[in-house]
Design a protein around this ligand. Structure first.
Ligand SMILES: *[C@@H]1O[C@H](CO)[C@@H](O)[C@H](O)[C@H]1NC(C)=O
Ligand SMILES: *[C@@H]1O[C@H](CO)[C@@H](O)[C@H](O)[C@H]1NC(C)=O
Length: 228
């Protein structure tokens, strides 16, 4: 084989193995309960493990009261995300999964955002949700659906998505599972217009093809987080 073929083969193998680990790693032991007491200087994709003989049922438990409605009036978007990730349940460390309850006020929304590390699967417990996501460049195809109680929808990893409660009278509730112990969330408007410090309005005026005063107005708004 010519050396250039070896280079190509190596590149393909590297790409294939990278894709195989492009999510939370599969655990190589039963569990690795996050140890919050020790201060290990280097953390590779997770937290240091607690000594297995000190692990208790409580490490895998949280009295999260996910059956209780949350306050959806505390922010302007009218939604409240209660995320149960590794920061809340140390036993989730290395297991590649987390859970959220999302409450929506009438006409409330969980605004366009992405999870850099997780695919999300969501089910509606109460009410109706208009949901959708947009595929990556260059197509930017918008896929959307109206979900009723009991319906399930999937938001693929990394893609911009939202949920909106179209009912002006009734709240809505959903439960979502995410394929990471720490899915992360980037709310588009908050990241772009609410960054600290602010991105230059020259940059944003050109990017959004609007006047600088429109950007300045947007940047002056209060971009609250809807997640707890
Ligand atoms: C979510 O609701 C809880 C009470 O149920 C409230 O304490 C909290 O401030 C709300 N969070 C947001 C981000 O609106
Ligand atoms: C560790 O402790 C800090 C402070 O008490 C807390 O904020 C954090 O969520 C904890 N992390 C884990 C993985 O338990």
């Amino acid at each position: 084989m010519a050396s250039s073929s070896y280079v190509l083969l190596f590149a393909l193998l590297a790409l294939a193995s990278w894709q195989a680990i492009a999510s939370d790693p599969s655990p190589l032991q039963d569990f690795c309960v996050a140890d919050n007491s020790s201060h290990v200087p280097v953390l590779v994709n997770g937290f240091a493990c607690k000594d297995p003989k000190d692990v208790k049922a409580e490490d895998f438990f949280l009295a999260a009261k996910l059956d209780m409605p949350r306050d959806t009036k505390a922010n302007k978007v009218g939604s409240n995300v209660t995320l149960i990730n590794v920061m809340r349940i140390p036993g989730l460390n290395t297991l590649g999964i987390s859970l959220a309850r999302i409450d929506y006020a009438p006409l409330g929304e969980n605004p366009p955002h992405t999870h850099p590390r997780a695919t999300e699967i969501l089910t509606v417990l109460e009410g109706t949700l208009y949901v959708g996501f947009v595929t990556s460049n260059p197509d930017n195809k918008f896929l959307s659906k109206v979900l009723n109680k009991g319906d399930v929808f999937v938001f693929p990893e990394g893609l911009v998505h939202f949920q909106f409660n179209p009912n002006p009278y009734k709240p809505a509730v959903a439960i979502a599972a995410l394929s990471s112990q720490n899915p992360g969330a980037i709310t588009i408007a908050n990241a772009v217009f609410g960054s600290k410090p602010a991105i230059s309005d020259d940059v944003l005026a050109k990017a959004f093809q609007v006047e600088k005063k429109t950007v300045d107005w947007l940047q002056a708004q209060f971009w609250a987080d809807n997640q707890n």
